[in-house]
Design a protein. Structure first.
Length: 513
């Protein structure tokens, strides 16, 4: 697959200058070029073109050009199957080229990722790609798929974002699903914006655009950094790619191809203020990927090639900590329920003295903690260092005590529980099973945006959904009361989105112990 890609791009880029894409560039805004796995087709986003699905107001549709007889064809609109009247863009392709990953949540118009499959006459209608804990507060999203198809880099404003858009990494799991986004850390991400990340074929060399790193020539410059280890948060200090690429304009979407010693990128310099696709001959040191041969499944003289550089994150780290009473600060006996977010691992651990040490591979985990006569705790933890300490304090079950179910989430504007809610709700079930006389009152809350009548109705429906779930797990309905309050009981300001989201919650209050 690498050979085909580089051969085609060699023909497309060899010996040519920045005018290589004259047939593609227009007076409109060209964005985010992505090459097909064979290198013969280039997909890109074009904004505000009259032929876009949404016309001149359309923020971006996917177009493509084909390399034939030594030049790129005039672009063709990619059609209504993979475009709609919202912003559309290609992230990348699977290693075999049969799956296209796209920016955009086609089912409810939120940002996210979708996937389309290749068929004889084109591409299938994209369907939502489920990403655990996906969140993008920004109206900008960019990214790329690694050449082996095993990693996605995304620029989004999400959990733990350092400033504007940060760069996150997602890993393909053994079952074909994707991990939740992991922030690349403060070496890469600044208090400003990092966008259009691209990972070279060695899976170590990162190119991205930023307006927050030093030595910037313009609004956005392209930078290069090298991944030091498998944690994905340890990087070399990013260096400016230099004056050959970076100008007083805005440069982004830099992609480097080592076999041709060529790069493709977007620049607004000398392009009427809009992005144009450009190419340049450049020499950057890239490690060659090592392809491992898996000979365990050879049939009919076929050799199966393993993923070129699949991250091996099987090293176990010590997850240490204590469980204490919040009122007496004394150690208490507790049971820990641990499940990997990607479902690759699940275990139960009982503390002997209230202290625990558990060996876990690097990754993200749901942690439920149960102790008799105490309110259960539910946390999401990240194991990414040699030793991770976590000290938990448990509140005793007392009438009037209220618990915010922070991980209980719903589909946007609906009462449909997201699957990420089940672990915390199951922790409530375990607690009520261990404390058989305990009764609770559920409360549903929204922010104050929109119709107060509709907010009240939605909060009522969400309370009913939570109650039904608890009952389905064997908790008697008589032990659960419930009421929706709409936006009448805020716990934070409704003046901005960061604090407003705290008001959108489901909680329970102990009414009998």
């Amino acid at each position: 697959m690498f050979i085909l890609t580089f051969f085609s791009l060699s023909a497309a880029l060899s010996g040519q200058s920045q005018s290589n894409f004259d047939s593609v560039n227009s007076v409109y805004d060209e964005q985010y070029p992505v090459f097909s796995s064979d290198g013969n087709r280039m997909y890109f986003t074009r904004a505000n073109h009259p032929s876009n699905i949404g016309g001149l107001r359309d923020k971006g549709d996917i177009w493509y050009a084909t390399f034939n007889e030594g030049k790129w064809s005039n672009p063709i609109h990619a059609g209504a199957i993979i475009n709609n009247d919202k912003w559309n863009s290609v992230v990348g392709f699977s290693s075999d080229g049969n799956s296209m990953i796209l920016h955009h949540h086609y089912q409810d118009d939120r940002q996210g990722l979708s996937i389309s499959q290749k068929k004889n006459d084109g591409w299938t209608i994209p369907t939502s790609l489920k990403i655990p804990y996906f969140l993008n507060r920004s109206n900008i999203q960019s990214g790329s798929v690694s050449s082996d198809g095993g990693t996605i880099l995304l620029s989004i404003e999400s959990y733990n974002t350092k400033g504007g858009e940060d760069i996150y990494v997602l890993f393909r799991q053994n079952n074909g699903s994707w991990s939740d986004p992991k922030n690349l850390g403060v070496v890469i991400n600044t208090a400003y914006q990092e966008i259009s990340p691209y990972l070279a074929e060695d899976n170590k060399t990162l190119f991205f655009a930023s307006n927050g790193h030093p030595l910037s020539k313009g609004s956005f410059d392209v930078y290069q950094a090298t991944r030091i280890d498998d944690s994905w948060i340890n990087w070399s200090t990013p260096t400016n790619i230099g004056n050959e690429v970076n100008t007083e304009g805005r440069e982004s979407s830099y992609q480097y191809f080592s076999e041709t010693k060529s790069a493709v990128y977007i620049s607004t310099q000398d392009s009427d203020g809009y992005g144009d696709i450009k190419s340049i001959k450049q020499s950057v040191e890239i490690e060659k990927p090592i392809i491992e041969i898996d000979t365990t499944n050879i049939e009919n003289n076929e050799v199966l090639v393993a993923d070129p550089i699949k991250e091996k994150l099987a090293v176990d780290y010590s997850f240490k900590g204590t469980v204490k009473s919040a009122t007496t600060d004394s150690l208490i006996l507790a049971t820990l329920f641990i499940r990997a977010v990607d479902n690759s691992l699940q275990l139960t651990h009982e503390t002997v003295t209230g202290e625990f040490t558990i060996q876990l591979p690097v990754g993200n985990y749901h942690l439920g903690i149960e102790a008799k006569d105490y309110l259960s705790k539910f946390l999401t933890i990240e194991i990414d260092s040699i030793t991770t300490n976590h000290h938990v304090k448990m509140a005793p079950i007392m009438i009037g005590e209220t618990v915010n179910l922070k991980s209980v989430l719903f589909g946007r504007g609906t009462d449909e529980l997201l699957s990420s809610s089940f672990d915390e709700l199951d922790a409530v079930v375990k607690m009520m099973e261990a404390n058989t006389s305990m009764e609770i009152a559920l409360g549903g809350h929204t922010d104050n945006q929109g119709s107060s009548k509709l907010n009240y109705a939605l909060s009522e429906k969400r309370v009913i959904a939570v109650k039904k779930y608890l009952q389905s797990k064997g908790i008697a309905g008589r032990r659960i009361e419930g009421k929706g309050y709409g936006g009448s009981r805020p716990i934070a300001s409704n003046k901005n989105e960061i604090t407003r989201k705290l008001n959108r919650r489901v909680e329970f209050t102990v009414t009998k112990k």
